[in-house]
Design a protein around this ligand. Sequence first.
Ligand code: SAH
Length: 292
Amino acid sequence: MNLVLFEPQELGQVSRAGDVPTGADASAGADALAGSDASARADAPAGWTRVEGHELTLRDRRAAHLLTVVRVVPGSRVRVGVLGGGLGYAEVVAVDGEGCVLRVHIERPPPPPLPVHLILAVPRPKVLLRTVAIAASFGVERIDLTNSWRVDKSYLGSPALSAEALGRAAREGAEQGATSRLPVLGVHRRLMSLLDAFPEKERASGRLCAIAHPGAARTLESAVAPGERRPLTLAVGPEGGWIAREVETFEQRGFTQVALGEAILRVEAAIAALLGQVQLLRRLRPYERDEP
Ligand code: SAH
């Protein structure tokens, strides 16, 4: 945990609809599970409220982590954030066997999100939760989990797909990545209805759409040029991969098939490689077009 995250209410703030992404909120998560469109909230800029020295006592897993892993003592400073809100620090005022008293300062806006919408075919439950956490630690804006041909049907009934389990994984990922933004999460029983629901809208808004598929003729950087600033929609297949018909369907909807490199990676490694490559491409300067 590289960032201790608080609910807005813990700091005496009122949670505004739109500030707390689905991943942080079990009831909103249930909406997404029913297939509702939570994208309006995903697009809302995260607001943040300054906090100057709010004192609170922690006695939960966050306290246990601070006491046993970080080994805070009175006077220590730790990085903190508000879910869906700003970042800052807390001074440790006092500690005892079970908890600690913190004085919290929130003084800067949340980090910018990685403007990526991930479409992820559901892998086996343990991998699913790790993968959601990894994607959340990169600060992606949205994750839509979907059925696909090679998804084992038993996975769709797994408790790992509950709003609570997914929300917890997203939060752990955000704590790891030190971001106060959580991705909006959606679960879709049919790939086709997910694809029918948004691609036109997404392309109209100038997004680039790519499907990761081992062995594709093009590599990521030919679809996403260095210095590219447009937001991306990226689809990653299940452990067995996408079938040819699915790849064609994505292509018909404007997705470009891309490879990440020669090695065929497991889902969680593929997500980390894909998002790492996207971050690098966004950091690079655009190719010079008119070199002398
Ligand atoms: N045997 C499967 C492997 C699936 S790996 C196949 O050949 O398709 C799981 C998912 O990770 C893939 O569907 C793809 O989206 C992504 N992936 C893994 N390695 C990749 C690579 N080298 N290039 C592009 N995508 C990759």
